[in-house]
Design a protein around this ligand. Structure first.
Ligand code: HEC
Ligand code: HEC
Length: 428
């Protein structure tokens, strides 16, 4: 009963009016009308629930809400069955309780006060190629803000010396909504993530934090901006503030879409085909992993949860971070917002089309062979997650003046490169 109350509270918090009767109806309706589907979902349910409770919630929260992940999972499975069985009419709307595991983007007005000053500083740093060793690349080269925050069409990006990295560049849009950063979650926050690329030998290749700070010190306009953004400290030019400013800018990289309008109650925001896709998405159990505000970024999941992924060797995912055998082939579930624009797909960018990505997900993650109609409707639903790029917010600042420090970096880089001719992706 307590568990039911927790679920009800979670649903109501999202503005839906539901009663305990509603939930029992849904369970009963699903059982009666789709017993085969329910059985199938129930069969995979213990697996899904145990994974969810292990991965979705940090240990502390798990102790506080032991029943929540289990119930979320059960509800996702049952809501999915009901969605298909009870809504044969393509224009029919999906009952709100089935959408409770999603939520629209938080309202995000223009930044004000000190935050606005930090956003401006973060934007400058984001676009500044001087933060790379030979002044050749910035964050924006691999995460192009005008191109949905990725390196479009590239399986893996090239770093400052044209050396390819090991993984596909994920989008920076909506990344702040995630519970961890990187495909293997090795950085907890955007700020913790941001220092990685600058010092990574195959990305921006700076020899160390000293080189980054020396460059900033060499630019009087930056010094002034740092003092304004972090007025309470004596020496504001420290790595912590560099990464904080970048992260503060990234927090505002949100892309509201038709999906948000739909979740806010505008049922005509999705076309019939997209609604059909949403139904298949729910029924197939995609939302067991791709849910929440970002449609992902809430958990790790095994790539090959249903059947072994063919390539078990090239990249063991989170195992590289924890060295725990149970983390082998676990990756952070990626965000699906804007996924129609962020190909190629998967951690290594080896999957070229969204159709193929969805088909493989059915085959390896949910154990369902999706028909080409089902794939096409899911893909059409995924297109509805494409949001509006905040044109004004991402306006590139004017180029930073050349700096003397840059020449010193270049020399340091040549030296550093000689020492580390490695393709490690340790930093990023
Ligand atoms: C040379 C290309 C390259 C450059 C330059 C680069 N990145 Fe990345 N970025 C990547 C790749 C590749 C990954 C994924 C690496 C992994 O998961 O192991 C990534 C991951 C990220 C993520 C995590 C997103 C997620 O969903 O997990 C964020 C945020 C990010 N980068 C921001 C930045 C910022 C800020 C900068 C500039 C300071 C930057 N990147 C510079 C290639 C790059
Ligand atoms: C058990 C968890 C799980 C389920 C269920 C699941 N996915 Fe995924 N999904 C993942 C993981 C993990 C990845 C990342 C794969 C990788 O790293 O190579 C992913 C990747 C994707 C991608 C590629 C995203 C990108 O940016 O590269 C798409 C698209 C996708 N999933 C859609 C779906 C659809 C549609 C379904 C339902 C048919 C589904 N997923 C079911 C865990 C899951």
């Amino acid at each position: 009963m307590t568990s039911l109350k927790i679920v009800l509270a979670a649903i109501r918090k999202r503005g839906f009016r539901v009663s305990a009767q509603h939930i029992l109806d849904a369970l009963l309706g699903a059982l009666l009308s789709h017993s085969r589907m329910v059985l199938k979902k129930c069969a995979s349910f213990p697996l899904c629930a145990s994974r969810a409770s292990r991965n979705w919630f940090p240990r502390k929260q798990r102790q506080a809400f032991p029943a929540l992940p289990v119930l979320l999972c059960l509800f996702a499975a049952l809501a999915g069955c009901r969605g298909v069985s009870l809504n044969p009419d393509p224009s029919a709307d999906i009952a709100p309780p089935q959408l409770f595991m999603f939520s629209p983007l938080p309202a995000h007005g223009p930044a004000v006060g000190i935050t606005a000053v930090r956003v401006d500083l973060g934007r400058r740093l984001y676009y500044d190629t001087h933060l790379s060793v030979n002044n050749s690349i910035s964050c924006n080269d691999c995460h192009q803000l005008a191109k949905y925050g990725v390196d479009p069409g590239k399986a893996v990006s090239e770093g400052h010396n044209k050396m390819p990295g090991g993984r596909n560049s994920p989008t920076v849009y909506n990344a702040g909504l995630q519970f961890a950063q990187f495909w293997d979650g090795r950085a907890a926050t955007l700020a913790a993530q941001a220092s990685g690329p600058m010092m990574n030998p195959v990305e921006m290749g700076m020899p160390g934090p000293g080189a980054v700070l020396a460059y900033i010190h060499s630019n009087p306009a930056y010094l002034k901006a740092f003092r304004q953004a972090y007025p309470d400290v004596k020496d504001p030019v420290v790595m912590e503030n560099v990464t904080d400013a970048i992260a503060t800018f990234e927090e505002g990289l949100l892309t509201p879409s038709r999906w948000d309008e739909y979740l806010e109650g505008n049922t005509s925001a999705l076309s019939d085909h997209e609604k059909e896709g949403l139904r298949v998405f729910l029924r197939s159990g995609c939302a067991a992993c791709h849910a929440g505000t970002a449609m992902g970024g809430n958990s790790y999941a095994q790539l090959g949860a249903y059947r072994n992924w063919p390539d078990q060797k090239s990249d063991p995912g989170r195992y590289d971070v924890t060295r725990l055998p149970r983390d082998r082939m676990y990756f952070k579930v990626p965000v699906l917002r804007n996924v129609a624009e962020t190909g190629p797909y998967f951690h290594n960018g080896q999957v070229k089309t969204l159709d193929e990505a969805v088909r493989l997900m059915g085959q390896y993650q949910t154990g369902e062979k999706l028909s080409s109609d089902e794939v096409s409707s899911i893909v059409s639903f995924l297109h509805a997650l494409t949001g509006n790029i905040p044109e004004q917010y991402i306006q590139p600042p004017s180029a930073e003046p050349p700096s003397k420090a840059a020449t010193i970096h270049h020399r340091q880089q040549l030296q550093a490169n000689r020492q580390t001719q490695s393709t490690s992706t340790e930093g990023e």
